[in-house]
Design a protein around this ligand. Structure first.
Ligand SMILES: Cc1ncc(COP(=O)(O)O)c(C=O)c1O
Length: 459
């Protein structure tokens, strides 16, 4: 076995990527494979001896060709889509640089880059004195916010652990599952997350929120946290942050805005009104890997009050943190030790496209969803579940099970789109997150759905 030279590895990588991109154009949705099929298609076995260079790169090529094509124009399944060349370059460079964000000594200029982006996002949210840091995904940004809120509510928890009664968090029926999951992780307990009703559009119901808080106070529990969602996962709805902040203030509760999906709407003059009052929340999750199309993952937790990340996340480690200017060692503010450089690709997006380029992108996504909703409304075969507040279009098909449609489209290699459920109705959720799409692509999407419906109806 020879040692592969880096230059050769980069050439091989470029070649594999080219092949993958050509295949993606020809066949945008990978043929569906059952998990047991892979055993026959590719040798993933691990052996005592290694393999030759040729075998190795061939395997990498095959693995890439067997991976679902989530960046193609036929992917409407998740809250990320498409590909950005400048961000991709930055991300690949990050792999070559292979450093970590924990100290200024090893991250150097990358610390400045992360701070620069955090500064820009803080400004957008409206935090004048805030701070922020990147996390590996929105779920973890949400988790850090809940942890800080819990520790701020009872300052003994950080060192002594949980000792006092039930801490209660509030989040809507439409919020992301990470809120409950994080309560489980943080010792709050999933059963101590109150699920607040949502209105017709999927926004948190304030009366129900107040009623639940009052009930908990009467029972002697300790309310501490409200999670407002800016862009719910399924319906793309926006909770009224400004109204919720009044409740949070009245009862002295931490208000977190989960803007993992919809936070980026703050970049748009046209749509930022959806987040009215964002500056009144105590913390804010912003995922650049959703509407902004930065490669996965790129998530920020932004905090209104400076100093809390360090207060709750720093640890003594004199073998590591040796910088005179402590604020440059970002490991002191993070749940991680080693941490991937994620800021460079976000910086690349802002630098290359400019703020106005990002704004155009967000506006385009909203207009694609609006156009898709119009297509649904104008076709008697379809029924719009709700007029979309942002980029998700949820609809049903007369007489045909949406689950079967999604499965048919996937197995036939026509589209990847998902289904979901709200208020007792199951529907197709079409996520418009790929700004490379135009109205013709949306028309093609519906042609495929209609074709699937026809074929399924034939039986
Ligand atoms: C509203 C909301 N919050 C949080 C998340 C979790 O983000 P991530 O997938 O980056 O962990 C999602 C994911 O779709 C989401 O829709």
């Amino acid at each position: 076995m020879t040692i592969v030279k880096i230059e050769k590895a980069i050439d091989e990588f470029a070649e594999i990527s080219k092949i993958f991109l050509e295949e993606e154009c020809k066949e945008p949705v990978l043929k569906y494979h059952r998990v047991e099929d892979y055993e026959k298609l590719i040798d993933l076995s691990l052996k005592k001896e290694g393999c030759s260079e040729a075998v190795f790169f061939n395997l990498l090529k095959d693995i890439s060709l067997l991976t679902p094509r989530t960046s193609s124009k036929s992917f409407f399944n998740q809250l990320f889509a498409g590909r950005s060349a400048p961000c991709l370059s930055a991300e690949l460079l990050t792999v070559v640089l292979n450093t970590t964000m924990h100290t200024y000594k090893v991250a150097g200029i990358q610390v400045l880059i992360e701070k620069k982006i955090v500064g820009e996002l803080l400004k957008r949210v409206g935090y004048t004195q805030g701070e922020g840091l990147m996390n590996p995904g929105g779920s973890l940004s949400n988790m850090v916010s809940m942890m800080i809120a819990r520790n701020e509510k009872d300052e003994t928890i950080l060192n002594e652990g949980l000792r006092r009664g039930k801490f209660i968090a509030y989040t809507s029926t439409e919020s992301h599952y990470s809120v409950r999951k994080n309560a489980g992780i943080l010792g709050i307990g999933k059963n101590n997350v109150r699920t607040i009703k949502s209105d017709y559009l999927g926004r948190m119901d304030l009366d129900d929120l107040m009623a639940e808080i009052k009930k908990d106070l009467l029972e002697g529990n300790h309310p501490f946290y409200i999670n407002a969602t800016a862009g719910t996962t399924v319906l793309g709805a926006f909770d009224p942050i400004d109204e919720i902040s009044k409740v949070a203030k009245k009862y002295n509760l931490w208000l977190h805005t989960d803007g993992a999906l919809g936070g980026s709407a703050l970049l748009s003059q046209q749509h930022k009104h959806l987040l009215k009052g964002s500056e009144l929340s105590d913390s804010f999750t912003w995922n650049a890997h959703k509407m902004m199309n930065v490669p996965l993952t790129a998530s920020f937790l932004l905090i209104q009050k400076k100093g809390l990340l360090k207060k709750h996340l720093s640890e003594e480690a004199d073998y590591l943190f040796q910088e005179e200017k402590e604020e440059l060692d970002l490991g002191n503010m993070s749940i991680q030790c080693g941490r991937k450089v994620d800021a460079l690709k976000v910086w690349a997006a802002f630098k290359y496209y400019g703020i106005s380029g990002m704004e155009n992108r967000i506006n385009h996504l909203f207009s694609l969803a609006k156009y898709a909703a119009l297509c649904v409304e104008q076709d008697p075969l379809f029924k719009l579940f709700r007029r979309p507040e942002s980029v998700n279009v949820c609809f049903t098909i007369n007489g045909v099970d949406p689950v079967m449609i999604c499965q048919y489209l996937h197995k036939k290699g026509l589209l990847m789109v998902g289904y979901s459920k709200a208020k007792g109705t199951t529907f197709i959720r079409m996520s418009c997150l790929n700004a490379a799409l135009n109205t013709k692509d949306i028309d093609d999407f519906f042609s495929h759905v209609k074709y699937a419906a026809k074929e399924i109806s034939k039986g």
